[in-house]
Design a protein around this ligand. Sequence first.
Ligand SMILES: NC(=O)c1ccc[n+]([C@@H]2O[C@H](COP(=O)([O-])OP(=O)(O)OC[C@H]3O[C@@H](n4cnc5c(N)ncnc54)[C@H](O)[C@@H]3O)[C@@H](O)[C@H]2O)c1
Ligand SMILES: [Zn+2]
Ligand SMILES: [Zn+2]
Length: 361
Amino acid sequence: MAKSREVEKPNKAFGWAARDSSGVLSPFSFSRRATGAKDVRFKVIYCGVCHSDLHAVKNDWGTSTYPLIPGHEIVGEVTEVGSKVQKFKVGDKVGVGGMVGACHSCDNCANNLENYCSKMILTYGVKYYDGTITYGGYSDTMVSDEHFVIHIPDNLPLDVSAPLLCAGITVYSPLRFYGLDKPGMHVGVVGLGGLGHVAVKFAKAMGVKVTVISTSPNKKKEALEHLGADSFLVSKDRDQMQAAEGTLDGIIDTVSAQHPLLPLIGLLKTQGKLVVVGAPEKPLELPVLPLLMGRKLLGGSCAGGMKETQEMIDFAAKHNIIADIEIIPIDYVNTAMERLVKTDVRYRFVIDIGNTLKSSS
Ligand SMILES: NC(=O)c1ccc[n+]([C@@H]2O[C@H](COP(=O)([O-])OP(=O)(O)OC[C@H]3O[C@@H](n4cnc5c(N)ncnc54)[C@H](O)[C@@H]3O)[C@@H](O)[C@H]2O)c1
Ligand SMILES: [Zn+2]
Ligand SMILES: [Zn+2]
């Protein structure tokens, strides 16, 4: 008996948390629940810095609670599994993305769309079933129900695959769902940041022709020569935009701030699809007539279900798709956030949690 009570005691954990909407992160001690029967516990080795982490620490969406430990591109190595865990064993390389819970009984869950379950539990900043608050991956350990844990294939290094757990699935899922994955199609990617740069790589691996649409020509050479895009449009250059009107089957719009949709709708062919995945805090203006005139479609998409997330990672492993990252120590994270505001990153910050996050206690 004494032993089982001991096992149920929460474990000490350590991370970096924002305490208020200044968004400044600092060391924070907390606890993680004991490993339950269906839980996987792992040592966090790397965690990506998603722009959503920045929105969250600054309470851009008005939903944040503090202290808030961000991070939902979490990878590491399994240190303990519960008695009923079937898919994982100690030593496995694993990852957790944006969610750690769902109801498992609604239509969305039945269709492997846990990400759209009304009871979906985010990886950080919300209440878990046991009443505790979820904390993200800017921390030393992670505990999650095995259903929300992803196997990282052996040929994918952990640091460059961490961003796939959010950025990767967020662009892979709409490319598949909206049918923008057919060889020979022509797809635009707007915003060449964390999401955008992996969108280019996934679309190219699907055999799609890719045009990057960016506000400035700064990233043109890299987009074409390094990321493999076929063409590059500067959205502020009217002549270029006009010449490209009606050429795209679809667009994945990853822009994190307010921006005009009209020029993007103009780039679509008849029946083309504009898919918005960026999450600006303010509403975007939607000009309806240009949609009607071309029977065009505007859609959204949020991350992806667990089955599709594993499929995405396996696809990435097969096609050698990895994120382009800048590895940073944890004590650089506030500077990294400031640089993210200025879009000064190529193309994802990844925190070296394993080597640099040390508990002061
Ligand atoms: N739908 C989802 O499930 C989901 C998942 C992850 C991230 N997001 C959201 O997607 C957005 C992008 O995330 P990210 O991590 O790739 O961010 P990022 O900062 O790495 O990239 C954002 C890109 O948008 C560009 N941009 C910023 N402001 C712009 C403007 N006013 N006009 C044109 N371009 C502009 C930047 O140059 C950059 O290339 C964020 O809003 C994030 O919260 C959504
Ligand atoms: Zn994210
Ligand atoms: Zn559900």
